[in-house]
Write a protein that binds this ligand. Structure first.
Ligand code: ADP
Ligand code: MG
Length: 881
């Protein structure tokens, strides 16, 4: 950094900058926020500003650039969106009145995780700031959304779980302390998360209630770090932060972030956008907060039967009651973002319009209650009770705030007449004064006979009497005092006019001052109700999501699924992939059954490329997720167990984010499933093993199937292009083959997208080649080669030999598994691919002679002779083979 010239201002600047080394310091200087030194150089580049210098005449001019104060928010947003922090440093006193240096302070540190004004386009997204600590081998993990006040905390036992949380919350910033291991910090950085260090803890007493009820040390610690970070960066009221809610990932259907991404729940894999995702299909919410809650439910479907059924019951009622649902939607449309309004009330940044929005929203509540009253009572009683119309708040706003207030809260015009007596007298005075002016104008015109005599006002000169030059001669000498001369007119005043002016201006000033005071008072009165507003917001959001479920369920002909009690019987009749169906159109989409009775744990799916295997698998996963969110499902009927976890390995897309190769990711995801799945889980393996050599891949695929079959017992869909694997149904009792049908029609192969029992016909490739018009002789040759390969395969059949090597595992027996078991089994498998024919080859012999050769005891000639001998031996042994 350039050496700072020690003017008093730069001394002050540097002192403040030193406290925020990792942020851009926006230093208020009159009408601008200035950046200096390195900040200026980098800032000018990122924000496309002109870089200038301060003290250009000196030896070390200081680089500088600035942004006008009225446009500052834009520039802050740009930097923060790019992952930087911005410290906003304000003048804390009026520069005109200041003696010496103007006092300046940082009033807020804006960071990616604490940004609250994320723009209208992001109203349906949460912006989560997360925090991590590590104590006694446990991770304490917490997150908060500063715009809504949500605060959650959990304990996680390993880093994978942490990674899952941060990825599915899509956090941009994590607060960490020195207890977090370096490798963990590195990993978080590689997935693009900004790390903010917060080592000391100081939680102000008014925030301590937020941690009430939290007892686990790691949870308490992480919350304290998070709260300290929030209050040191925000430096403003945090009254809307809600008491920390403890959650455990096991309360919900567990999906790792791979699965969430693979299934395109909320983010399109190709575009990264919402369009084309399940969320896109499901989102018929009418409020921004409903939109956010829907996203949260989608991230965490339920596992508790009662909770699922409670939501489903409500959806059923709303599906049936079409008219009530319609009116609900209409009323919800008028409800603004109560959660974020509550946030702004706490921050003290609401204006008159926000309060009118709050009032409008609250006035909807009795209407919502009325509609719920029309519905079968029991289903909605819990929501009904939480719909608090907050009459007192409506009354306060209604009595105080005008219906169409201006944006500014300091320029007056916000408070209603009749709300405050003093304000009314000021207004009366202003009004009377203006009345008086009008009367004066009329009477002076009469007296002087000047018909275009005017009384006007401007900011600099105040009130004046304006007489045009041509009429000046009509004016009696000495009637007015001259004030200002213009090209075409003279402006005058009188002592009475001056006196009235003083009264009007005084009244005006007093009135705007008083209005602001009254507004702040109203805001504080409303602020006292923040927690009630938040509680209400939750109830309304829930209602909104449920009506959205009902709407979608009706629109796309979903049905209510049933859940089996004890067995693992799964039967989806005419199931559909709702997103693909929406995109393709209802006529085009072919529904499919998924039938996996208690005794079937694996469906082995074969079929040509593009026939619909992947779609079929995702369809089941989405159906399960929808069911466990409490929504209806896209099928004619659906019966299923309640799953505890979903694992997927779908497609061959590279894991671009963490920069790992496809096959490595594939194996990691497979391992994730094999290590953590239970008999109550759902596993989707889509063409696993494709990323490596054929035999390698096939062997892995088979071993994985056997492992799932014998040890895991999870419901598993396994699609494969290894046709050889279909014979596994002979040895694996819980495995069933299905395939996607195709027919030849007018010389083209048409995929029916229809699942059928049994394995697929294996010669599709040649069939397709034939349709494509490849030469007959070539096709014949391909047929011969295929036959040959098949024969060879029958002799060495990997599958047959390999199944013999499988330890038989009666599935009624609980499986005790040790790591040795696994190694044993894989050893058996590996050895099945044939041993080398000669136990010790010539090459081995030569190699061992090379190793033992006493080089130091030989002449160069001896060595040459010896090497020649070896060459002969090796050449000989090759011929013999
Ligand atoms: P595979 O995994 O067998 O290669 P996909 O599942 O990717 O095939 O499906 C390929 C395409 O076929 C999809 O993009 C979709 O357009 C279409 N498709 C899949 N399933 C169906 C279906 N049930 N009905 C209609 N079209 C389907
Ligand atoms: Mg596929």
């Amino acid at each position: 950094m350039a050496k700072v010239n020690q003017t008093p201002m730069m001394v002050q600047y540097q002192k403040i900058k030193d406290q925020y080394p990792d942020a851009f310091l926006f230093y208020r200087l009159g009408d601008f926020y200035e950046m200096f030194n390195d900040d200026a150089v980098k800032g000018a580049q990122l924000l496309e500003l002109t870089l200038t210098t301060r003290n250009h005449s000196s030896k070390n001019p200081i680089p500088m650039c600035g942004v006008p104060h009225h446009a500052v928010q834009n520039y802050i947003d740009i930097l923060v969106d790019k992952g930087y922090k911005v410290a906003i440093c304000e003048q804390m006193e009026d520069p005109k009145l200041a003696k010496g240096m103007v006092k300046r302070e940082v009033i807020q540190l804006v960071t990616p995780g604490t940004q609250t004004d994320t723009g209208a386009g992001n109203a349906k997204e949460n912006n989560y700031l997360t925090a991590l600590t590590r104590i006694n081998n446990q991770f304490g993990f917490a997150y908060a959304d500063l715009s809504t006040g949500e605060l959650k905390v959990s304990s996680l036992d390993n880093f994978d779980a942490v990674l899952n949380e941060v990825m599915s919350l899509r956090t941009k910033e994590t607060v960490v302390d020195q207890s977090v291991p370096k490798e963990v910090l590195e990993r978080l950085k590689t997935v693009g998360i900004l790390l903010s260090h917060q080592d000391n803890v100081e939680v102000r007493s008014e925030l301590s209630y937020l941690t009430q009820g939290v007892t686990a040390t790691e949870q308490l610690t992480v919350l304290k770090h998070l709260l300290t970070y929030i209050h040191t960066t925000q430096k403003r009221s945090l009254a809307h932060l809600q008491r920390a809610v403890i959650y455990e990932p096991t309360f919900f259907l567990k999906m790792d972030h791979y699965s969430q991404r693979n299934l395109e729940l909320a983010q399109n894999m190709r575009t990264g956008k919402k369009s084309g995702t399940l969320l896109w299909l499901l989102d018929e919410t009418k409020t921004a907060m409903g939109g956010r809650l829907l996203k949260q439910w989608l991230d965490r479907p339920l596992v508790n039967r009662q909770d699922i059924l409670a939501r489903q019951k409500k959806v059923s009622v709303l599906v049936d009651q079409y008219f009530e649902r319609n009116s609900l939607q209409e009323e919800l449309t008028q409800v603004y973002d109560l959660e974020r309004l509550a946030g702004r009330i706490a921050f003290g940044s609401v204006n008159g319009r926000d309060l009118i929005q709050l009032k409008t929203s609250l006035k909807q509540i009795p209407k919502l209650q009325h509609i719920l009253n029309e519905l079968p009572k029991a289903a909605f009683s819990d929501i009904y009770e939480r719909l608090d119309p907050l009459d007192n708040v409506v009354e306060i706003i209604d009595s105080a705030i005008v219906e169409e207030p201006p944006l500014s809260v300091t320029d007056g015009g916000v408070i209603k007449d009749g709300y405050d007596q003093t304000l009314d007298t000021y207004r009366e005075a202003m009004h009377n004064g203006k009345q008086w002016m009008a009367e004066l104008e009329a009477s002076e015109r009469k007296i002087t006979g000047i018909n275009n005599l005017k009384i006007g006002y401007n900011r600099v000169f105040g009130y004046y009497i304006d007489v045009t030059k041509v009429n000046l001669n009509k004016l009696p000498e000495g009637r007015y005092e001259r004030k200002q001369t213009l090209a075409n007119s003279e402006r005058f005043t009188t002592p009475e006019l001056k006196e009235k002016e003083r009264l009007i201006i005084e009244a005006e000033e007093k009135s705007t001052d008083l209005e602001y005071k009254l507004f702040v008072k109203v805001r504080e009165l409303v602020k006292a109700n923040i927690q009630r507003i938040q509680k209400l917001a939750h109830a309304v959001s829930e209602l909104d999501v449920l009506q959205s479920f009902a709407d979608v369920s009706e629109k796309y002909r979903f049905v209510a699924p049933t859940f089996t009690q004890t067995d693992h019987d799964l039967e989806i009749v005419e199931g559909r992939h709702p997103v693909v169906e929406k995109v393709l159109g209802r006529q085009t989409y072919v529904p499919n059954d998924v039938k996996m009775p208690e005794k079937t744990s694996i469906l082995l799916i074969t079929g040509p490329n593009m026939s619909g295997k992947s779609t079929y698998m995702r369809q089941l996963a989405l159906t399960v997720i929808l069911a466990q969110m409490g929504c209806f499902v896209p099928a004619k009927s659906a019966k299923m167990p309640i799953f505890d976890q979903i694992f997927t390995r779908i497609g061959a897309a590279d894991d671009l984010i963490s920069g790992e190769s496809t096959f490595m990711v594939e194996m990691k995801e497979a391992n994730e499933a094999l290590a953590h799945a239970t008999a109550n889980s759902l596993i989707l393996f889509d063409e696993i093993g494709r990323g490596t050599a054929t035999y390698d891949g096939m062997a892995l695929a088979q071993a994985i199937i056997e492992f799932v079959h014998d040890r895991v017992h999870a419901k598993t869909l396994f699609s494969t292009h290894y046709h050889e694997l279909t014979v596994l149904d002979k040895s694996l009792t819980q495995l069933k083959n299905v395939h996607v049908g195709a027919v030849e029609k007018n010389g083209e192969l048409v995929f029916l997208h229809q699942m059928q029992d049994g394995p697929a016909d294996k010669s599709y490739g040649i069939h397709v080649a034939k349709l494509a018009g490849l030469p007959d002789s070539l096709l014949k040759r391909a047929d011969t080669i295929l036959a040959h390969l098949e024969k060879a395969q029958d002799q060495h059949a990997t599958v047959q030999v390999a199944t013999e090597g499988r330890e038989s595992q009666p599935d009624s027996q609980p499986v005790e598994q040790t790591s040795e078991d696994v190694t044993d089994e894989s050893d058996t498998q590996l050895s099945l691919f044939g041993e080398p024919e000669e136990k010790v080859t010539q090459a081995d012999k030569v190699a061992s002679e090379v190793k033992t050769l006493n080089l130091m005891g030989m002449t160069p000639m001896d060595v040459m002779n010896q090497v020649y001998k070896w060459q002969q031996q090796l050449a000989h042994s090759k011929k013999k083979r």
